[in-house]
Structure formats: C-alpha cells, structure tokens
Design a protein around this ligand. Sequence first.
Ligand code: ZN
Ligand code: ZN
Length: 236
Amino acid sequence: MKWNALLDLVFPRACAGCGGRVGDAAGHLCWDCQAQLPFVRQPYCLHCGDPVEGRVDESFTCHWCDELQPAFDYARSVVRYRGPVQRMIQDFKYHAAHWLAPDLMRLLHAGLQTMPEFGSLDAIACVPLHRVRQRTRGYNQAALLAHSLAREVQKPFLRRALMRHRPTGTQTHLTARERVANVHGAFAVRRPEVVQGRAVLLVDDVMTTGATLSECARVLKAAGATRVCALTVARG
Ligand SMILES: [Zn+2]
Ligand SMILES: [Zn+2]
C-alpha cells in the first residue's frame, strides 16, 4: 500500500470505471465504482448461473439449460456485464490494458471462494482464441486471467490443453440455438493426457449464452475430464 501511495504521487492511478482518481483503494477501481459493482446474486439457474427475476425454488434451471443441456457441470459469473466492469473488460480485451488483469483476477478469485458447488478442482484452463485472432490481438485475455487465477489458487494452468481450430466469428447477433451450432466442432483437446481424470475449471472474461463454454466443456469431457465448471468475470 505504501508503494502504491508513493507511486500515486507521481502517477496518480485513474479509475478504470469512471476515470476519476482511485485514491487509497487498491487496484484500478475507485471506492465508488467498487461499491457499485453489480454482483450476480441468487436467484439464478442452478446449472448455468443465469440470474432470474422473481422467486424460484433452489433447484430452478432455465429454459436454455432444459432445452440445450450445456456440457459444463456448473457455470457461474461474478458480476453483471455492465457499468465499470464492462468498461474494464473492454479495455482489457480490446485495448491491451493488461494492468487490469489483477483487478479482474481478484473478482474471479472472490467469486470462486463463494461457489462450493464447484467442489475441488485439479487444474485451470481457458477458452482459446483462434490462432489468427490471437496473432492480431497479440494475447488471449482469457489466458491471462486463467493463468493469474491458477497462480493465486496454486493449481496447474493448462495453457495449451484446448485449441480453437476454426474461427467462429462474432456471435453477437446469433440466437442461443444458432450459437450452439456455430461453435459445434470448433474446439479440440490438444493434450488429452493433461485433462484425463481431472476436474477442470474453465475460465473466460464474459459469458453470454454459454454456448462456447459448453462446447469447450464437451470436448474436455470427451477427452477424459471428470468434471468441468466454468467461471467468468461477467455475465452478459
Ligand atoms: Zn471510479
Ligand atoms: Zn441455465
């Protein structure tokens, strides 16, 4: 903290959420933006973690999960994809704001600690980019997050366990069903020996319908993973 305070005198940290001064808060979000973080709270779908309005019973699963049966055991997100976190993730993902990785990792870590349904996990993997996308962007934001979470929880990071062997394009305008078809067969497990018999945590920045995470989970399980849970910083 002392070192931060000293650095702030010379290079004041700007809040990644509102652009104001971070002040004495740790990381890159001011206290006001931290206080407004839209954490995902129950009720949500037991399977995919999608928040729902109103009262539901504890075993509620959403229409999408009932219909499409995602391959992950559980998927959960820490915050809703809006406000300061949305700006942070966009800067991190599209503008190479790598210094935001620890802030986003801390959210993942805090979330993970409140998710007993995940059980004990053996290794951490991430949603891979297609090599062309990876080359243009220069980095995979999900890999940076997964790697730093793996260090934090002292689990092996399976950097190259999964690969995306065909680009899937933007899925923004696709329905849930179209997304499932779009990502089907797009991923492969490159090193089955590192996932066999292991419970794997799959990490990504944002989850929308979960089609991509489900497809990754499907191939991981086909390669011998015993359980696959998915954790994302935000839920779109
Ligand atoms: Zn702020
Ligand atoms: Zn669901």
